[in-house]
Write a protein that binds this ligand. Structure first.
Ligand code: NAD
Ligand code: IPM
Ligand code: MN
Length: 357
């Protein structure tokens, strides 16, 4: 039976990297007889320009019906000053929340060919394989009340609320422990329990859920120390389990260990492994339209889609192996370029991956 993917290219470099991901999808679809169909919808700034809102009903309905969603990136300076509730990023948060995509998996894996592209010394990052499990539909991103209010003094005050209920923490904790069982059986729960009650509860529930997984070694770390340890000795980590905001920040940091943010894919899953797949990076307005963005994070997100939603491990592996082969050939986009390698643009990189599958 055919499966349907909704494609949301988005803004900035979104359409450029998505064009390459679709080439790869076409190739595996044919080669592995996957019977995948796809259609394009609008999300983000492009949707605001066309319809006035970042997440049109048509997009949400198509996404709800689809088996999986592939997203480029949204946002950009053009929409940074419009009313906050209809900015591109709100559209992204709304679709994550509406589809209940609470489990965000962000694997930071170093391709050995890129050891010298990392900002850390090769021996610190060689063999790096971390999985960040980030809660995606709660915490300070969604907590109420939020806003900017004017005090009696006339001064304005911005405020947000960091809030997690036990059940929200528990369900994402199970995801982290289950994934750890398939890996090196280590979970690090990241909190700021020395200051924030919401993360004190996080730590408590992580400990409670951990008892159901006696084979998994659970440890805890404050987020500030974790940020430091990630650049000091990142290979000590296996699964990093954390809330929405900390996960956002730590995953960009972890991305750089792998050579570039242009290398980090992600999966955002609901309880049934329906998912939205997207690179961890944004719309990169500084390089949009130049044909130089790295499409590999989006291409690797296609691999994650095939693995997690469609259970097509062989096809997923074929894409990941093809990325390795292309790196073996010495091809590099500007963000991962090092002396002696061959600089290529976005579409050349996509073509090379297709050829290597
Ligand atoms: P960004 O990730 O877009 O860019 C940060 C830096 O990394 C830039 O120098 C950029 O050129 C570089 N970069 C990012 N992706 C790259 C790629 N594939 N290849 C080569 N270089 C790459 O983050 P930002 O500048 O903070 O945000 C820009 C816009 O993107 C904002 O509007 C932000 O809200 C949005 N954003 C969207 C998403 C998303 O859609 N999931 C994620 C992050 C940021
Ligand atoms: C990400 C992005 C988003 C987030 C923004 C654009 C809403 O930074 O996917 O990492 O903070 O979750
Ligand atoms: Mn982010």
């Amino acid at each position: 039976m055919s499966k349907h993917i909704v494609i949301l290219a988005g803004d900035g470099i979104g359409p450029e990297i998505m064009a390459e991901a679709v080439k790869v999808l076409d190739k595996v679809n044919q080669q592995f007889n996957l019977d995948l169909t796809y259609s394009h919808e609008l999300l983000g700034g492009c949707a605001i320009d066309a319809t006035g809102v970042p997440l049109p009903d048509q997009t949400l309905e198509a996404a709800q019906k689809a088996d999986a969603i592939l997203l480029g990136a949204v946002g950009g300076p053009k929409w940074d000053t419009i009313e906050r509730s209809i900015r591109p990023e709100r559209g992204l948060l709304k679709i994550r929340s509406a589809l209940n995509l609470f489990a965000n998996l962000r694997p930071a894996i170093l391709y050995p060919q890129l050891a010298s592209a990392s900002s850390l010394k090769p021996e610190i990052v060689a063999g790096l394989d971390i999985l960040i499990v980030r809660e995606l539909t709660g915490g300070i991103y969604f907590g109420q009340p939020r806003g900017i209010r004017t005090l009696e003094s006339g001064e304005r005050q911005g405020y947000n609320t960091d809030v997690y209920s036990e059940s929200e923490i528990r369900r994402i904790a199970h995801v982290a422990f289950q994934l750890a069982m398939q890996r090196n059986k280590k979970v690090l729960s990241v909190d700021k329990a020395n200051v924030l009650e919401v993360t004190e509860l996080w730590k408590e529930i992580a400990t409670e859920v951990g008892k159901e997984y006696p084979e998994v070694q659970l440890s805890h770390m404050y987020v500030d120390n974790c940020a430091m340890q990630l650049v000091r000795a990142p290979k000590q980590f296996d699964v990093i389990f954390t809330g929405n905001l900390f996960g956002d920040i730590l995953s960009d940091e972890a991305a750089m260990l792998t050579g570039s943010i242009g290398m980090l894919p992600s999966a955002s899953l609901d309880e049934n492994k329906k998912g939205m797949y997207e690179p961890c990076h944004g719309s990169a307005p500084d390089i949009a339209g130049k044909g130089i963005a790295n499409p590999l994070a989006t291409i690797l997100s296609v691999a994650m889609m095939l693995r997690y939603t469609f259970n097509q491990e062989a096809a997923a592996k074929a894409i990941e192996d093809a990325v390795g082969k292309v790196l073996d050939q010495g091809l590099r986009t500007a963000d991962i370029w090092t002396e002696g390698s061959q600089k290529v643009g976005t579409s050349q990189m996509g073509d090379a991956v297709v050829a290597a599958i």
